[in-house]
Design a protein around this ligand. Structure first.
Ligand code: G4P
Length: 292
C-alpha cells in the first residue's frame, strides 16, 4: 500500500504554526497512545525549538495500559513532561494544568526573580489530524472559566482560553502533517483511521492488522468473534466472515465486509486495549524472543 500527504497543506500548516509559536511558551503535543511514535511528527522539534514541551498520550482508553506506561517513561527520559488523557470522557484532563506548570517551572522561577508576577503561561496544542486536538481543547476549555480575545497585549484575532490563573491556551490547534517516509508508519496510521478510507484497500489493511493481533494480542479475535484462530491472517478473516455471515449474493464469503468489521472493531476498542507499536526497549526484547 502506498500513502501520500499533500505538500500544499503541509506548507500552509507549517507557516501558520511558525507564526503561532512566536506567541507561546509551551507546546502541548497530542499523540495517539496506540501509536505514540507514528502519530508524532519530528518536525515539531525544530518548530518548537526553544519551547517547553508536554506530550499527552491521548486516547489511552483504547491502548494497552502496560505499554502506555512504558511510552510515558520513554518520552520522560527524552526530557518531555508526559501524561495520559482520554479527551473524550475527560479522564486525566485535570492533570494537564499541573504538568504544564511543572514543564514551565524554570520560566516561572526566572520571572519571579525579576519581580514579574502572574505573567500567564501561554500554550498551544499541536498534533496530526484525528489525534484528538479539538476534542481535547473542548474538554479542557469546558472546565475553564473564561475565553479571552483581542485584549491588550494579545495578538489581534487570536482567541485565548484562560484555563486558570496561570495558563492561557490558544484556541486553535497547530496541525502537524503525518510523516510517511516509512510505510509501516503509514500502515499504523491507517489502522487507527487517520488516513482517508477511499485511498485504502480495506482487505489488505485488515490482513495486516489481523497478522499483528495474532502475534501480539493472542486471543483477542477469538474473544470478539468466537473463531478458532487459524494459521494465517487470511484464514482468520475467512473464519470471521463465516461467523458474521458475511456473504455475497452468490453465497461466497464477503471478505471485504468482514475486513470492515475488523478494522472498525479495532478502532472503537471492541477488540480490547491494544497498542500497535512498542517502545524501542520492548521492541528489542520481542525481536530477541522471536529469534530464539
Ligand atoms: P483532531 O482535532 O486532532 O483532528 O481530532 P478530533 O478532536 O476531531 O478527534 C478525532 C476523533 O477521535 C473523534 O472521533 C473523537 O471523538 C475521538 N477522540 C478524541 N480523543 C479521544 C480519546 O481520548 N479517546 C477516544 N476513545 N476517542 C477520542 P470521531 O469518530 O471523529 O467522532 P465521534 O465518534 O466522537 O463523534
Amino acid at each position: 500500500m502506498h500513502f501520500q500527504w499533500y505538500p500544499g497543506h503541509m506548507t500552509k500548516a507549517k507557516r501558520m504554526m511558525q507564526e503561532d509559536m512566536k506567541l507561546i511558551d509551551v507546546v502541548i503535543e497530542l499523540v495517539d497512545a496506540r501509536v505514540p511514535l507514528s502519530s508524532k511528527n519530528p518536525d515539531i522539534d525544530q518548530l518548537a525549538n526553544n519551547k517547553y514541551r508536554v506530550i499527552l498520550l491521548n486516547k489511552y482508553d483504547l491502548a494497552d495500559s502496560a505499554q502506555t506506561e512504558k511510552w510515558k517513561e520513554y518520552f520522560e527520559k527524552q526530557g518531555y513532561f508526559v501524561t495520559m488523557v482520554n479527551s473524550k470522557n475527560g479522564n486525566g484532563i485535570r492533570r494537564v494544568n499541573d504538568i504544564v506548570v511543572t514543564a514551565c517551572k524554570e520560566k516561572i522561577e526566572r520571572d519571579r526573580k525579576r519581580g514579574i508576577l502572574n505573567r500567564p503561561l501561554r500554550a498551544m496544542v499541536v498534533g496530526i489530524p484525528n489525534v484528538g486536538k479539538s476534542t481535547f481543547i473542548n474538554s479542557i476549555a469546558g472546565k475553564a472559566a473564561t475565553k479571552t480575545g483581542n485584549k491588550p497585549g494579545v495578538t489581534k484575532g487570536k482567541q485565548w482560553i484562560k484555563l486558570n490563573k496561570t495558563i492561557e491556551l490558544l484556541d486553535t490547534p497547530g496541525i502537524l502533517w503525518p510523516k510517511f517516509e516509512d510505510q509501516s508508519v503509514g500502515l499504523r496510521l491507517a489502522f487507527i483511521g487517520s488516513i482517508k478510507e477511499e485511498i485504502l484497500n480495506i482487505y489488505e489493511l485488515s490482513i495486516e492488522l489481523i497478522a499483528f493481533l495474532s502475534t501480539h494480542y493472542k486471543g483477542c479475535l477469538n474473544g470478539r468473534y468466537g473463531i478458532e484462530e487459524q494459521e494465517t491472517a487470511e484464514g482468520n478473516l475467512s473464519a470471521i466472515a463465516e461467523k458474521r455471515a458475511c456473504r455475497l449474493k452468490g453465497g461466497e464469503l464477503d471478505l471485504n465486509k468482514a475486513a470492515g468489521f475488523v478494522t472498525d472493531d479495532f478502532r472503537n476498542g471492541r477488540l480490547g486495549n491494544i497498542t500497535l507499536e512498542f517502545p524501542p526497549e520492548v521492541e528489542e526484547t520481542l525481536t530477541k524472543a522471536a529469534s530464539e
